[in-house]
Design a protein around this ligand. Structure first.
Ligand SMILES: Nc1ncnc2c1ncn2[C@@H]1O[C@H](COP(=O)(O)OP(=O)(O)O)[C@@H](O)[C@H]1O
Ligand SMILES: [Mg+2]
Length: 256
């Protein structure tokens, strides 16, 4: 995969809050339950960073913190050195953090093209410019032939592709993808992987990828962090993670 060698290795990745997206010692409590305990991570600009772990590990809660949908109980989150404390969801969005949801959140009655276009219009693009940019994005991800179909009539996997394109419309600095290949066949997942791998160079954007499909994670992520029970179990390159004994134990019996 092109471009991997130019990225910092796991060991030399910058930890300064001034660069990229930085999570520092974040804890989230729901009453007695600590969904996340003292988790730190760092996604570099244009990095594809994998976040994995069993169900209930705290992955979605962390994404919620990174998008203003959840306020951490403790710790801090920095975007290019800016302390995001007190930011609500719209502030995170304006500052360049986009996300997709495990369940679509599309405008089902609008066409596929309109679903992308409204985001562009919301950003102040002129109608023609928004339409052209939207169409180009649909062509890229391979659903331009369905531009005039109602989004609600799309197959589930195409709705997931549309969600990703909508998130990219805002020219984000980081895109957070929560299980984008869930429910896809191996062939569909492979095809999606190919597109996700293009995001950093094509959109100048870093990717935080939550995904259960280990083949997807290990083939495109520059670094991977493993959460288990709300705590960090390991962080490293895909090769380091595949050999990590604690990770192997946590995933024992799971398909690798
Ligand atoms: N809003 C909430 N209220 C109470 N508990 C929650 C809430 N959101 C998540 N949790 C709990 O926090 C833990 C982590 O959940 P989650 O972040 O969804 O994990 P993952 O995405 O890794 O499957 C789970 O035990 C879950 O039940
Ligand atoms: Mg989740």
């Amino acid at each position: 995969m092109g471009g991997l060698s130019s990225l910092p290795s796991a060991n030399e990745a910058a930890t300064s809050a001034a660069h990229g997206l930085v999570v520092r010692n974040v804890t989230v409590r729901f009453q007695a339950l600590a969904a996340i305990s003292d988790v730190s991570l760092h996604v570099s600009d244009r990095e594809i960073f994998g976040l994995i772990g069993p169900n209930g590990a705290g992955k979605t809660t962390l994404v919620n913190c990174l998008t203003g949908f959840q306020t951490p109980t403790g710790g801090a989150i920095y975007l290019h050195g800016l302390d995001t404390v007190g930011w609500r969801a719209d502030r995170f969005r304006l500052a360049g953090i986009a996300r997709t949801f495990q369940a679509g959140r599309l405008f089902n009655n609008l066409s596929v093209l309109e679903n992308v276009e409204v985001t562009g219009l919301g950003l102040g693009l002129a109608r023609n410019a928004a339409r052209a940019a939207s169409y180009e994005l649909l062509e890229w991800i391979g659903i331009a032939d369905m531009a005039s179909v109602a989004a609600g009539a799309l197959a589930y996997t195409d709705q997931r592709r549309l969600s990703i394109v909508r998130a990219l419309t805002v020219a984000p600095k980081f895109i957070l993808l929560d299980e984008p290949a869930a429910g896809m066949s191996d062939a569909e997942a492979d095809e999606l992987v190919h597109h996700i791998a293009e995001i950093p160079d094509r959109f100048g954007c870093g990717v935080l990828l939550i995904e259960h499909n280990m083949h997807v994670v290990m083939s495109i992520c520059h670094r991977v962090q493993v959460l288990d029970g709300g705590k960090t179990l390991a962080v490293g390159t895909p090769d380091e993670i595949k050999r990590h004994e604690g990770v192997l134990a946590a995933y024992l019996g799971m398909e690798a």
